[in-house]
Design a protein around this ligand. Structure first.
Ligand code: AMP
Length: 399
């Protein structure tokens, strides 16, 4: 079966068509500036010329129609008709407490996605628009919602409750949900498979280190803790997010700078992290370059980033009373061997973790990067959220 995976943002739509027989990507592309002047579709299919189309996309419905046109086009398309596409898998950010697994979309599922607009204000409305657009453009084609929050649904109460009055959990669902769930789920299971670990009992820590960064602990592939919370702001230091912070900082800055809570949160989400600390960039490559050139705060930003990752690894090893494997993934985790080495060598000797420099010199494919005498296996495993969504979609439509 061929599965179309859609990831809709407020003004963008990313897609991949995957042939599930061999899990190969038949085509992928992007619609940009939906609802804004200058909309553009970029479509790539291996073995064919890239295709670009600049045309008005007033809404997601028009964008979805253009995607299906591109996929079925005689010149740059990859299927003869939409009938060859078995189902559509949608990346959806937030399901609140009500949905704990990927699910075939029906009216009730759409209502829940809508109810969670305030928990995922930037993503959920766009995700729902994408689903509704598909229902309109290819009626009857099954749509599956794969949520970023479902990995966090197996967390025990001690991990997901905030220590605040429980009325806020009951009234508003305020708890830790975690994000990057599709990635943590995929990479933790791939770690078990690739590392030949016990599928029921393996204690795995996944470090998803990219512009957004989070870390998870799982046993037998089931999440037991994860660093992001009610929103993606909690946890690690990220490209532009502060991660963990004393909540009183919000009040302090708001009072002294005469800003609203929303404005301070905007600073913590968009102007903090390695960008805020270094003053250079949110892109790790720029910050690393500045650090090499002697920029002190760029050096501090990178050290603080690594230190926070190491603290979480330590706390998750304690939370699980042990750890069998630590896996690095996402932009920094997959490409930055120096950061992986620093984290392991500076901080993880106490659990007997040892990196092997030659094995660590890897990119693009899953690899064991720890030495044979390391007490904990360390891996680099590329994440693939689209494939994870496609796999779940296939499982559900075949069920
Ligand atoms: P992601 O959000 O997963 O796409 O990751 C993006 C981040 O990965 C950016 O901050 C990039 O600078 C970083 N990144 C990508 N390649 C490298 C590299 N070779 N060394 C360091 N950071 C990298």
């Amino acid at each position: 079966m061929k599965i179309l995976v859609l990831n809709c943002g407020s003004s963008s739509l990313k897609y991949q068509l995957i042939d599930m027989q061999d899990e190969s990507v038949l085509a992928k592309g992007l619609c940009e500036r939906i609802g804004i002047e200058g909309s553009k579709l970029t479509h790539k299919a291996p073995g064919k010329d890239d295709f670009e189309l600049e045309t008005a996309m007033p809404d997601h419905g028009v964008a979805v129609k253009l995607v299906f046109d591109a996929l079925t086009d005689a010149a740059h398309g990859v299927v003869k008709s939409v009938d060859e596409i078995g189902a559509i898998g949608h990346r959806v950010l937030h399901a609140g407490k009500k949905i704990t697994e990927s699910i075939v979309v029906n009216q009730e599922v759409k209502d829940i996605i809508r109810e969670c607009f305030d928990l995922g204000p930037l993503h959920n409305p766009a995700n729902l628009l994408g689903i509704e657009a598909c229902e309109k453009v290819v009626p009857g084609k099954p749509n599956v919602a794969v949520f970023d929050t479902t990995f966090g649904m197996t967390l025990p109460e001690k991990a997901y409750y905030y220590a605040i009055p429980t009325e806020y959990y009951e009234k508003y669902g305020i708890r830790r949900y975690g994000f990057h769930g599709t990635s943590h789920n995929f990479v933790s299971h791939e770690t078990i498979k690739f590392g030949n670990l016990d599928p029921e009992k393996a204690k795995v820590i996944v470090c998803h280190l990219g512009n957004g960064a989070s870390i998870s602990a799982s046993i037998g592939g089931k999440g037991v803790d994860t660093s992001m919370g009610l929103t993606p702001l909690e946890g690690l230091i990220m490209g532009t997010r502060s991660g963990d912070i004393d909540a009183a900082v919000v009040q302090f800055i708001a009072n002294h700078e005469k800003l609203s809570v929303d404005e301070v949160l905007n600073i913590l989400n968009k102007k903090s992290g390695v960008l805020g600390l270094s003053g250079v960039s949110s892109d790790f490559r720029d910050v690393e370059k500045a650090a090499e050139e002697g920029n002190h705060m760029a050096q501090v930003a990178l050290e603080a980033f690594q230190y926070r990752v190491a603290k979480y690894i330590g706390s998750y090893a304690a939370a699980m009373n042990g750890v069998d494997a630590i896996t690095f993934t996402a932009g920094v985790g997959e490409n930055d061997k120096a950061t992986r080495k620093e984290i392991v060598e500076k901080y993880l000797g106490f659990i007997g973790a040892k990196i092997d420099d030659e094995r660590n010199n890897v990119r693009g494919k899953a690899a064991l990067i720890s030495s044979d005498d390391s007490k904990v296996k360390i891996f680099m495993i590329p994440t693939n959220e689209e494939l994870a969504i496609a796999r779940d979609t296939l499982r559900l439509v075949e069920a």
